[in-house]
Design a protein around this ligand. Structure first.
Ligand code: DX5
Ligand code: ZN
Length: 225
């Protein structure tokens, strides 16, 4: 199943030069399976899973048990964004739950190099993220080690916030020094801001409330293709 989802994701990457990753954070969890399938029919490439511990961010979401359930209801690659302190204590559980990408925050761990290597040893792709107020220098040494860089464009914790414009400058600079890097943007991405993020150089777009607050989720997802 894990290998299948990864192959599916790679095929999608080849057929289109950007990735749409709906975030289920603001989804209706009572009908999560149906809504995930609606984004899949709408052309979503990955499903983005926001894991929050009430410590690194002021909100609590869900853990590996729910992720394992989600794994059963979609073939899409699962893009797991850990907004938790000491992510090193939990990466194994998320890898076992069947995710393809594990992204950790540079601010949340002391040994980023070791952690990214460990994620890869577990058979996942390793992502690194920084909050809006964290400079790119915090991840400069691991840019060649990470499989993707996730630039937070809101202060993490909640869906439905507005994109902070200076975060686009970070993406712009990163793209200028790393033409082939997978650059993911997360927070405040909607039909108005996505073109700006694309122009800055992002190629993976996390979209939460702009998709899951819509009445027709399939139709709304298609608008981002
Ligand atoms: C924010 C999360 C995001 C969030 C995005 O803390 O990391 O993935 O779900 O939601 P929107 O698109 O509504 O900003
Ligand atoms: Zn996220």
């Amino acid at each position: 199943m894990i290998a299948d989802a990864y192959a599916h994701g790679q095929a999608k990457l080849k057929s289109k030069n950007y990735i749409i990753a709906p975030s289920v954070l603001n989804a209706n969890f009572l009908r999560l399976e149906a809504d995930i399938k609606a984004t899949e029919r709408g052309g979503a490439d990955w499903i983005h899973l926001d894991i929050m511990d009430g410590n690194f961010v002021p909100n609590i979401s869900f853990g590996p048990g729910i992720v394992a359930q989600i794994r059963k209801c979609t073939k899409l690659p699962l893009d797991c964004h850990l907004m938790i302190e000491q992510p090193e204590l939990h990466i194994e559980a998320f890898a076992k739950a069947g995710v393809q990408y594990i992204t950790v925050h540079a601010e949340a761990t002391k040994h980023l190099d070791r952690l990214l290597n460990r994620i890869k040893e577990l058979g996942c792709k390793a992502g690194v993220s920084i909050n809006p107020a964290t400079p790119l220098e915090a991840i400069a040494e691991v840019l060649d080690l990470a499989d993707l860089v996730l630039i937070m464009s809101v202060n993490p914790g909640f869906g439905g916030q507005s994109l902070i414009p200076y975060c686009l400058d970070k993406i712009n600079y990163l793209r200028s020094i790393k033409p082939n890097l997978q650059i993911e943007i997360d927070g405040g991405v909607n039909l108005k801001t996505m073109p700006l993020a694309k122009k800055a150089g992002a190629n993976i777009f996390v979209i939460g409330s702009a998709i899951f607050s819509a009445k027709d989720i399939e139709k709304e997802t298609k608008k981002f293709l």
